[in-house]
Design a protein around this ligand. Sequence first.
Ligand code: PEP
Length: 242
Amino acid sequence: MAPRKLAAGNWKMNGDLAALDQIAMIGDAGASCDVLICPPAPLLVPMIAGAGPVKIGAQDCHAEDAGAHTGDISAVLLRDLGASHVIVGHSERRADHAETDAMVCAKAAAAHRAGLVAIICLGETEAERDDGRTLDVIATQLAGSLPEGATAANSVIAYEPVWAIGTGRTPSLDQIAEVHALLRDRLVARLADGADVALLYGGSVKPGNATEIFAVPHVDGALVGGASLKAADFIPIIAALD
Ligand code: PEP
């Protein structure tokens, strides 16, 4: 089995009810790869109702299944609503909410218990890359963020250099290849089906650079922020993967 290709959109704190028609347009494009949109939480229910072939996921979940955690959302509820995936450990949450690898690991485990696919995000800062520490940082984040029980069926890894997110800058193709090769090696060493875990690249993916990024070995798709908000931008990225 080869990793399943996945084009995933992270809408972050963008979008509204009027944006539902973008989902319909993306679905009508008829991709054969998996296509996922992760909207803000209040849009999950209407989007799931109108998603058609597009999978709908969340941008975060709590590490516990229920309890006194005002404002948080459990993976159990996300699954109950019909979500298929949840992003955990996005660099914006690691930075804005001081999420550690251990916290990300606990959230991914909660996603697995609930029957969700966890998209576990990893990425170096610009200072870490400039210091030549990228591979160490990525290996450490993977080791600390991937829970016991992870499989190719319940886990996706997204390599997202922090300095490439929303900046219009991307690593060279060789730099992406180096990190994805490391991720594949570590996953194969740790999981029986590590060769089949989908590895996404994220960070300023656009219609103009998607084809060359998807040609990099061990890049099985993308996690896309800004260019996933409009069907007109996201559909060509999906087509480049398909
Ligand atoms: C992201 O937020 O995961 C992301 C990759 O954003 P962008 O595509 O806008 O760089």
